[in-house]
Each structure stands twice: as C-alpha cells, then as structure tokens.
Design a protein. Structure first.
Length: 188
C-alpha cells in the first residue's frame, strides 16, 4: 500500500522523499572536509607559535633564575646549550667543577637555531656557530655579582615561528619574536 502525500498545489503524489540523495551527501562531505583541512592547518600553525613562545619565555625565566641564584648564593651558575634541542643548568662548586642541576629539552618541533631567511638575532647579535647560540662554547655563566661572563643571544625556532632571548652585559634579559610579514624583531 502506497502512501499518498498532498503537495502545495493540491496534487496527490504516490511517493515522497525520505532522506538525502547521494549527491547531497557527497557535497556535504566535501564541504566538511575543506573546512576541517583549513582548521587543521590554522590550528597547527598556532600551536607551533605557542610552542616557540613557551620555549622562549621558559628559557628567559631559567636565565633570570640563574642570575638571581648567583646573587643570592654568592656562587657561579650557568647554562650550557648541549645540542639543538637540549640545555643543561649547572653551578660551579668550590673546586671549580661544573655540577649539573638539571637537563631540559625543548618541546617537539622546536629547536635552537636561526632560519636562513633571518640574518641575525635582535640587537644586531650574530650567532657564531649557526646553531642560534652566540655565547662562547655555547655556555652562559653568571658571576656571583649577577653579571654574565658574556652577553649574547639564543634563537629558538620552528617552521612557523622564531623567537630569541638576549642577555645583555649587565645581565638584563630581553625576549623577542620575529614577525615574518614585517621581517622585523619585536620586543615582548
């Protein structure tokens, strides 16, 4: 037995639609796929920028902490950049031997370095070794009076973002991010 449906113009029809056609479903799937792809790339770029920002601010805080510990404990503290993703925090004991307190690793997809498209760190500092670190022997040490043995820059980057931590001669620390669209370093 067929059901009859009354249409707008009062004509009777013996069938009616129950659901969507295959074409309608395919169009909806394509639209959802395009929106998902755009969202994925947008979110992944944002996450990469956040990882770099987190690493830059974490490193700046670590450096400031070492400076403060050197002042408070009247002892030498430092940081050594081991490879492109790892650094060690240390103090120098009474015999002059560095004692490692902690070893830290940057987040996935983030490394020390400066991309080839950027000529130097902020404030005109050029990393000597191509690894984004301009401190001699990749080591920064704070004297008991809170001043660093050398000023310099540490650049941190990922495919979507670049940041830098600057340590000035008196131990001041500054954080910068690179604006790719304007091709300038911006102080934070």
């Amino acid at each position: 037995m067929k059901k009859e449906v009354l249409l707008k113009n009062n004509k009777k029809c013996c069938w009616y639609r129950k659901g969507f056609t295959l074409l309608e479903l395919l169009v909806a799937i394509v639209i959802v796929g395009i929106i998902s792809t755009i969202g994925y790339w947008s979110i992944s770029k944002r996450l990469a920028r956040e990882r770099v920002s987190s690493a830059v601010y974490g490193l700046a805080n670590e450096i400031l902490n070492l400076k403060n510990r050197a002042l408070l404990q009247n002892q030498r503290f430092g940081i050594r950049f081991v490879d492109n993703t790892t650094y060690s925090v240390f103090f120098i004991d009474a015999t002059g031997t560095p004692q490692i307190m902690a070893t830290r690793t940057l987040p996935d997809g983030v490394e020390f370095g400066i991309p080839g498209s950027i000529s130097s760190c902020p404030e005109g500092i050029t990393p000597d070794y191509g690894d984004g670190v301009s401190f001699p022997a990749n080591t920064l040490t704070f004297l008991p009076i809170g001043t660093p043995t050398a000023s310099g820059c540490v650049a941190i980057n990922s495919p979507h973002a670049t940041g830098a931590v600057i340590v000035r001669p008196m131990g001041d620390v500054a954080v910068y991010v690179y604006d790719k669209s304007k091709k300038v370093w911006i102080k934070k």
